[in-house]
Write a protein that binds this ligand. Sequence first.
Ligand SMILES: [Zn+2]
Ligand SMILES: [Zn+2]
Length: 710
Amino acid sequence: MLVSVLVEIEALKEKTFTYSVPSYLEPNVKVGKRVCVPFGKKRINGIIIDIIDKSEYEVKDIIDILDDKEVLTEELIKLGKKMSKMYISPLMSCYLSMLPSALKFNNNNTKIKYSIYYEKIKDLDNPSKGELNILNLFNNNKYVKSSDIKNKTILKRLIDNNILKKVLKEEYRLRKIDSNNKLKKLTKHQEDAYNNIINTDKNITLLRGVTGSGKTEIYMHLIKKYIEDGKNAIVLVPEISLTTQLIDRFVGIFGDSIAVLHSSLSDGERYDEYRRIRDGKVKVVIGTRSAIFSPLKDIGIIIIDEEHVDTYKQENNPRYNTLDIAIERSNYWNSKLVLGSATPSLESYAKAIVGRYNLVELLERVNNNKLPEVHIIDMKEELKKGNSILSSYAIDLINDRLNKKEQIMILINRRGYSNYVICRECGNVIKCPNCDISLTYHKSSSTLRCHYCGYGTNKPDICPKCNSKYLMLKGIGTEKIEEYLNDNFNARIIRMDRDSTSNKGMHEKIINDFNDYKYDILLGTQMISKGLDFPNVTLVIVLNGDSNLNIPDYRSSEKTFNLLTQVSGRAGRNIKEGIAIIQTYNPSHYSILYSKNHDYISFYNKEIKIRKELYYPPFCHIVSIRILSNDYEKGNIEIQKISNYLKNNLDTNYIVLGPSISIKINNIYKFQLIIKYKEKELLYKVLNDINNNIKLRNMRLEFDFNPIKL
Ligand SMILES: [Zn+2]
Ligand SMILES: [Zn+2]
């Protein structure tokens, strides 16, 4: 028997080798198991990815098989091969991204929970009564747990006489979960949506439901139906810590048959969840992007909630988009795939409109609660009145809500105290030594910090360039707003940003405390815009509503519209009516105006025209080709070579932009070429040629298909 083994060797590009299997290991061979193989004079680890008939070369025997059961199912082995081609990414990196870290090679840190068992290896002639008591336990069980054998003296004798053998077996760290909650009955609208999704002959449904329309309820009913049909389900959420409320609802319904893959699991717990899924003990998996690789079989439905969110794109190798992977898995199992959002990505909505996806729209909130009234405040006018942080309308409404004992959320898209420190004498802006980026002042620690590489330093008293002592703090961040609110309102304020939630469990604590009305005002960054559901919140204020618009990216309008629509949807989700205030210096921008009326369709129609004119997705695809180098000159030479190669080998159907050089981050320069394309064939050939032939020293080549940032 011969097997094809993918091995992990950094230096080699082609990493699949053929080995023979000694006959005593043959019964144990299976695609997807890890093995130990000889390689030169060393032994290394690999994964069996194929069983093959013959080899032209002389091959060596594998040394050992490391797993009792396969760690990657046949489906995932196939999927990895496909991914590797789709993203021009090493096959091993695709497989490693599917596995929990406990199953990655060279991981010795994971604590696996073992229990001691005994196995009977031979019969005993003329056993005593005590011995018989123990041996009878093995009549129906291959293994008996140590704790089930009471008489340890006799047990020891049986072991000493080689009748019984000690074996260690892995245990799950099982949690006890109540599943007492009942599903709510669907409203008429929800039920129509549910039936539509089940009965359509299309596999992919885009469920556009306004905030508060009860998409989660529909998800749960769908999953229940597929479980009753004997199938399993995967639910993906953008970020676990921000969706604790949603996950609690799922766990309350599905109890022990659910596996939650969240970031605060230890490696050992994650490994246990992985095995529970693989061993068929789980019907529903809920988790963030990597949960799409769960070794679940018989998948009946995959749900991607908030499908428009960026976190579904992996930002390092393999740079996969969760939706691509979900489509592959849904095709494999012929399962339903539901994409849910109040503000679908333009790409998804365009596909739904032309009929490639089934489109289901829920345009009313449950119980006909009104969508919040949105007010746009022109901050240029407010500045004239001397209001630089909060508009007078916002101040009035905050006081009104505090009096009524209702709660308030305030969003500002910047953490820290001020955005940058500038010298009034020479105009010097204090920058990070590793990045071409200004440092942010954090007042609580009196430090300047880089939000890109983590560099930190004490705030200087004088300008490092001209020694002037007139340093000014410019721009506002969460810390400054917190100080401002404390100075101006008699309110209990909690701040939620990356600084205040760096300790494990802080997200959940802040969310729970705010929900329990221990605070009046929740102040935070984008973190507070997603998925949170607080019935007592009746006022939402967005400061710098246009901050995304200043980013030079073709998706900046879409991001602004999504953020404002999502965040204003946080207000008045229960019986009380809500108001949202958007403060901006750009009050007439269409993405702000349409979000005022929660008018996705008009926004879509306007934006799609612009995308068409400028030839951007969904009218083409984009791939970014990057060279990362700490040496500016050498990086520049390589990207020019690639640029010339592309121009000489691609035809006029492809548009090549660049190269451009981005600012230095963490001492690395990023050189980038962008290709806009529709046809894949020639492009992949050319990119593979580049990938296979390029020789780089101290540099990295990256391909990023449909990148989230340009
Ligand atoms: Zn200066
Ligand atoms: Zn930096």
